[in-house]
Design a protein around this ligand. Structure first.
Ligand SMILES: [Zn+2]
Length: 381
C-alpha cells in the first residue's frame, strides 16, 4: 500500500511529539533503578506544577514517606474529579456523605466502598469521565476471571502506558543501541495485542524489536539468530514450553540471550529454574491487568518482588473477607487506585490477586518505591 507524503509527514510529526512527551527517554541505566527514576521524574513534575505539593515538599528530593503523602493528595484530587465526572462513582458515593477532605490517612481509605470487577464488566461506560470523542483506543480482556472488561484510554494515557513499558524494559537491562527484544504472544486471544503495544514502545524509544507469533521452537530460535535477539518477552506458559523444546536444540548460553520476561500468567520457581538453565540468563516476572493499563509491575534482576509504576497507582492490600486494610508484609487481596487516569479512573479496584506490600528498599538501589511480593491468584473461596 502506498502511503501518501502528507500522511507520512503527519505520522512523523506525531512520532516526534510523542517522543518529546516520553519521560523514559531521559532515564539511563546508570542512574539507579530506571523504573523508580522514571517515577520520580513524574512525581517531581507534579510537585513543580502544584501549589499545594510545592508548599508541602519544596525543592527537596522526595523520600518514601513524602511519596505516601503525595499519593494521598493525588487520591483526594482524583476523588474530586470522579465526583464531578464519573456517573459510576457519583452513584456509588451518593448518600455516603463522602468528601475528599475526609481522606487524611491510609486508614481513612476504608471509608470508601471497593470497586468490584463485575461492575466494570457489566457497565463499563458508567466509568467513563470524558467525552467519547477523546477516546483514542479501547482494550477488552477477559483476564483470568472470565469476565469481559472494556477499558478506554485517551491518547495521552496510551503514551503514559508506552512510557512505563519503556522504563520497565530499561529496568530489565535493555539498552537502545545493542539489544533486540523478541516478542512472543502466540497464545494470547484477547482483542488487544500486547505485542503491538510492545513493538510501538520499542519503536518510540529506539529499541529494536521483532514479533514472532509462531508456536514452533525451531522458528523462534531461527528468528533469534537472524535478529540478534538479546531479550525475550512472552506468556509464562509459552516460554516454559519453548524452553523445554529448546533444551534439545541449543546449548545454554549459545544465543547470548540476556534476559527473559514472563508475563500474563503466574510463573512458579520451578518453571523459572527450567527457563534460566536453558537460556543461561535471569528470568523476570511481569504483572499487569488490562483495566490498569497492561504493564503495571516488573521484577528487577534481584527477583525480590515486583517494582510498580509507582506514581500511577495507590496500592492497598486488604483482607478479602472483611475488607480491612492489612499492614505491609501481610498477605491479602491487592486493591489498586489509578491515580493519574482521566478517561476511566478506578478507585479501590479489587484485583482478586493475592500478594503483600514490601515497604523497604530493594538491593537494586530502588529506595523509595513500594513493591509487591509474588502474585497468587484469588479464587474467591
Ligand atoms: Zn529491585
Amino acid at each position: 500500500m502506498n502511503v501518501s507524503l502528507p500522511s507520512r509527514i503527519n505520522t512523523s510529526i506525531r512520532m516526534n511529539v510523542a517522543k518529546r512527551k516520553l519521560e523514559s527517554r531521559k532515564i539511563y541505566l546508570q542512574n539507579g533503578n530506571p523504573l523508580e527514576q522514571w517515577g520520580l521524574v513524574k512525581i517531581k513534575n507534579d510537585i513543580k506544577n502544584s501549589k499545594e505539593l510545592k508548599a508541602l515538599f519544596g525543592q527537596k528530593e522526595p523520600d518514601r514517606e513524602d511519596i505516601k503523602q503525595y499519593k494521598l493528595i493525588k487520591f483526594r484530587e482524583l476523588l474530586s474529579y470522579v465526583l464531578e465526572n464519573s456517573p459510576y462513582y457519583k452513584d456509588l458515593y451518593e448518600n455516603t456523605g463522602i468528601d475528599p477532605s475526609m481522606i487524611r490517612s491510609y486508614e481513612d481509605l476504608e471509608m470508601l466502598p471497593l470497586t468490584e470487577q463485575e461492575e466494570l464488566a457489566n457497565k463499563p461506560y458508567h466509568f467513563l469521565c470524558v467525552s467519547r470523542k477523546n477516546i483514542a483506543r479501547e482494550f477488552t480482556s477477559s483476564g483470568t476471571t472470565n469476565m469481559l472488561k472494556r477499558m478506554a484510554y485517551t491518547q495521552d494515557e496510551l503514551l503514559e502506558i508506552v512510557d512505563s513499558v519503556i522504563s520497565g524494559l530499561k529496568m530489565a537491562g535493555m539498552d537502545s543501541r545493542n539489544d533486540t527484544l523478541q516478542i512472543m504472544y502466540p497464545t494470547i486471544t484477547a482483542t488487544w495485542d500486547p505485542g503491538l503495544v510492545l513493538s510501538k514502545a520499542c519503536a518510540l524509544s529506539g529499541f529494536n524489536s521483532v514479533i514472532n507469533d509462531s508456536l514452533d521452537a525451531h522458528d523462534q530460535i531461527n528468528t533469534m539468530r537472524e535478529s540478534g535477539t538479546t531479550f525475550i518477552i512472552g506468556t509464562s506458559s509459552f516460554l516454559y514450553e519453548l524452553s523445554k523444546q529448546a533444551r534439545e536444540l541449543i546449548k545454554p548460553g549459545e544465543l547470548g540471550i540476556k534476559r527473559i520476561i514472563c508475563s500474563s500468567e503466574p510463573l512458579t520457581e520451578t518453571m523459572r529454574e527450567e527457563i534460566e538453565s536453558v537460556w543461561g540468563c535471569k528470568t523476570l516476572r511481569q504483572w499487569g491487568m488490562t483495566e490498569l493499563g497492561l504493564a503495571n509491575a516488573i521484577e528487577c534482576e534481584h527477583q525480590d518482588g515486583f517494582h510498580l509504576n509507582n506514581p500511577d497507582f495507590l496500592v492497598e492490600v486488604i483482607d478479602p473477607k472483611t475488607g480491612k486494610i492489612l499492614p505491609a508484609g501481610e498477605k491479602g487481596e491487592l486493591v489498586v487506585t489509578t491515580l493519574r487516569r482521566k478517561c476511566m479512573p478506578l478507585i479501590r479496584y479489587r484485583t482478586r490477586d493475592i500478594t503483600s506490600i514490601i515497604d523497604e528498599p530493594c538491593s537494586c538501589g530502588a529506595c523509595v518505591d513500594q513493591r509487591i511480593s509474588d502474585i497468587e491468584r484469588w479464587t474467591g473461596n
